[in-house]
Ligand binder design. Structure first.
Ligand code: 3PG
Length: 412
């Protein structure tokens, strides 16, 4: 792969090697039972990188995190190891230790083709401190574990926006490679960011206004996207910034959520890129439990805005039909309620298809894709959250940069 300048598993003779693999197993956890609700992230690592390394008879040790200290989803990795074992249909050991005697013994006694999962790396008090690879290389984690391994594989694209010890520290001292998930994410992202086939359209909905605005500014400033289509709360904010009175219910929501802090940013973006940012022409409102549509010129409304309207859907569909690459993140409306699923379903369906490369990202987006059965018609669905957003804002990711630096060293 020419435009990715780091080593991948294709460059690694894995047989017999003891390999430390940084995965992102961070999963949604039920607050009461503390059980994993969705195993998607564990599955993508299992089915690609881990399976491949087992088949190549490597000795695989996994380091990963779950939640943040103090948060309700901060748990051990025991269940993750069990799920991994079920997915791989082969035994996976788990050890409630990372740098202690127990862990070091387990790591050194692992056999070819076996997998060991270490404890949640965020139980180490220094793991979440940000730092440069050389600084983290001095940490207890890296200085104790690195000598036991032949190499390091970073497969945790979705955690690579964190300059944490387990993400960047090992790259300073061990030959380092991108795992298959990391490689796939970056290859897919390049197709909608660095060198998209034109025209390229970004569909940005949902409620994360700050992310949507930063991405919009970057992709329009750099000439990456030809159009940005807006939906969800993001679109409501644009209308609000243009001076539309959305009515008391919708305005109160925006103000309560402190989303009005983004108004001057939106006005600035619109003053530069008004021509290529598309806003809804009509909206669906919840009129006493029933979907009704109004033109934006009929605003204000005393009902809650729940979706984009039919005329908007038609306009967006026309733009998407000519697109060669599409990035989409954030639903167009409250798709969980079937009456207001139309905008998201129609726009996401229009973005899917064989004639273009379509990448989707974000938790709600993935849930909508699942609901509408669109997964197989999309080119790629990213499992990343913050890392994806930062990448699309044009920021470099410490985990990826560290892999590049390691490759430069290995090439010398
Ligand atoms: C994620 O879920 O986005 C990653 O695992 C990173 O988690 P963090 O935001 O807690 O660093």
């Amino acid at each position: 792969m020419k435009n990715i300048d780091f080593k991948t598993l294709d460059d690694l003779e894995a047989a017999g090697k003891r390999i430390l693999v940084r995965c992102d197993f961070n999963s949604p956890i039920d607050p009461v039972s503390k059980c994993i609700i969705d195993n998607t992230r564990i599955k993508i690592h299992a089915e690609s990188t881990i399976k491949e390394l087992i088949e190549k008879k490597a000795r695989v040790v996994i380091v990963a995190h779950q939640g943040r200290p103090g948060d309700p989803d901060f748990t051990t990795m025991k269940e993750h190891a069990k799920i991994l074992s079920d997915l791989l249909e082969s035994p996976v050991s788990y050890i409630d230790d990372i740098v202690g005697e127990k862990a070091l013994n387990a790591i050194t006694s692992i056999n070819k083709g076996e997998v060991l999962v270490l404890e949640n790396v965020r139980t180490l008090p220094y793991e979440m401190k940000t730092g440069r690879p050389e600084e983290h290389a001095k940490s207890e984690l890296v200085s104790k574990l690195a000598p036991l391994f032949d190499c390091f594989v970073n497969d945790a694209f979705s955690a690579s926006h964190r300059a944490h010890a387990s993400i960047v520290g090992f790259t300073a001292v061990l030959p380092s490679y991108a795992g298959r998930v990391m490689e796939r994410e970056l290859k897919a992202l390049i197709k909608v960011s660095t060198s998209p086939e034109k025209p390229c359209v970004y569909v940005l909905g949902g409620a994360k206004a700050d992310d949507a605005l930063a991405i919009t500014r970057h992709v329009l400033e750099k000439g990456i996207a030809e159009y940005v289509l807006t939906g969800g709360l993001v679109a409501q904010l644009y209308l609000y910034a243009l001076g539309y009175d959305l009515g008391p219910v919708n305005t109160r929501f925006i103000e309560d959520q402190k989303l009005d802090q983004f108004i001057s940013e939106i006005r600035d973006i619109l003053s530069r890129y008004y021509e290529v940012i598309r806003l809804p022409k009509d909206l669906a409102i919840n009129k006493d439990g029933v979907r009704a549509e109004i033109s934006v010129n009929e605003l204000p409304t005393r009902y809650q805005i729940m979706d984009i309207g039919t005329k908007t859907i038609e306009e967006y569909r026309a733009i998407l039909s000519a697109a060669r690459s599409v990035f989409m993140s954030g639903p167009m409306g409250v798709f969980e309620n079937n009456q207001f699923a139309k905008g998201t379903r129609e726009i996401f369906s229009a973005a899917a298809g064989e004639s273009r490369f379509t990448l989707a990202g974000g938790g709600h987006t993935a849930a909508a894709i699942e609901k509408f059965g669109l997964k197989d018609r999309l080119s790629y669905v990213s499992t990343a959250g913050g890392a994806l957003t930062e990448y699309l804002m044009g920021r470099s990711l410490p985990g990826v940069e560290a892999l590049k630096e390691a490759a430069r060293r290995m090439n010398k």
